[in-house]
Write a protein that binds this ligand. Structure first.
Ligand code: FAD
Length: 292
């Protein structure tokens, strides 16, 4: 099923993200965690793609298994910046063979050793190039892209970032998922700006439940997200107590999701990071709201 069918329904959608193993020896452990998450029957499960493409075959294996075993729709991520045309075309062909219907088309982060390269020589410089490649393949994929309520760190201004976002949508992006954010007002302001810019595809709000003090540092470094005062005090107060931090982090994420639903943002994606217990608690917290 195409994700646009789910995203355009009147009902709320709650989806989860998992990541594939990096090596075969941990495949079963990761597969088990992703199965527990799929068993909760979220609206769909997205499976990330390792930077540089090292985990590509595992992304497909995990996505295929979730769809086949649990009947839960999947979204397979694909990045392009570290790949050449032949490799990307092969990956697209593999996706078709695996029965993947939904692809998250990403550029990927630029590896440290390529930052000073002459980018005009790359086969793919931006996600829009991958979206065009997916369209050219002739496969009838439903295509997603990433967007950044707090502006992508490489963009000088949010206006510039939104112009490039519009290019992705015009190239065939059917929906957009946001980078994590901890202040919902930033998302509401962003939604206003992108609608003004003529971007009308469904937006999925990405929420990251922070469950340990260590994770805060990593998440902020990765996303550059603003930490509101309420969130900072929670980390200050509970950061040194793992159980309390986890409970507080899940409560904070739940609050964010309830506020989003209350404000008509009906599609929410939770970065569950292969943690079935976190996914389960969030789902339980929202059970009456989701009608489950
Ligand atoms: P782009 O859309 O190419 O944008 C990157 C920057 O280039 C932006 O500043 C943009 O404004 C600018 N830009 C875009 N088009 C042009 C143009 N034509 N000319 C000039 N500038 C342009 N990474 C992974 O490795 N694996 C994953 O599975 C993964 N999943 C993700 C899922 C989500 C929801 C998000 C938000 C991010 C994910 N990432 C993943 C991280 C992502 O790859 C990085 O954030 C990366 O830096 C940008 O990817 P993008 O697809 O947004 O790039």
């Amino acid at each position: 099923m195409k994700l646009t069918e789910i995203l355009n329904r009147k009902e709320l959608s709650l989806s989860f993200e998992v990541f594939p193993p990096k090596t075969q020896d941990v495949f079963d452990v990761v597969k088990d965690a992703t199965e527990k998450i799929a068993a909760l029957k979220p609206s769909f499960v997205s499976v990330t793609y390792g930077a540089g493409g090292g985990t590509s075959k595992y992304t497909l294996k995990i996505a295929e298994n979730i769809k086949r075993t649990y009947g839960v729709e999947t979204l397979a991520h694909l990045t392009c910046v570290s790949s050449d045309k032949n490799t990307v075309r092969e990956r697209i062909h593999d996706m078709q063979l695996s029965g993947i219907e939904n692809v998250m088309a990403l550029r990927g982060d630029i590896p440290e050793d390529k930052i000073n390269d002459d980018r005009s020589r790359w086969d793919y410089s931006h996600a829009v190039d991958l979206i065009r490649e997916l369209k050219k393949s002739g496969a009838d994929f439903c295509i997603g892209g990433a967007c950044y309520p707090e502006t992508h760190p490489e963009s000088a201004t949010s206006r510039e970032d939104i112009l490039h976002l519009k290019e992705k949508v015009d190239a065939g992006c059917d929906f957009l998922t946001t980078q994590m954010f901890f202040d919902n007002d930033l998302l509401y302001a962003f939604l206003y700006k992108i609608r003004e810019a003529g971007i009308n595809v469904p937006i999925i709000a990405g929420i990251m439940p922070i469950t340990s003090a260590k994770q805060v540092e990593r998440a902020i470094k990765l996303s550059g997200s603003f930490m509101p005062r309420r969130f900072k005090s929670l980390v200050d107060r509970f950061g040194s107590d793992p159980l309390a931090m986890k409970q507080a982090g899940i409560a904070y994420a739940t609050d964010q999701i309830i506020d989003l639903y209350a404000n008509n943002v009906k599609n929410v994606h939770v970065y569950t990071m292969n943690k079935p217990d976190v996914a389960e608690k969030i789902m339980k917290n929202l059970s009456d709201i989701l009608g489950k």
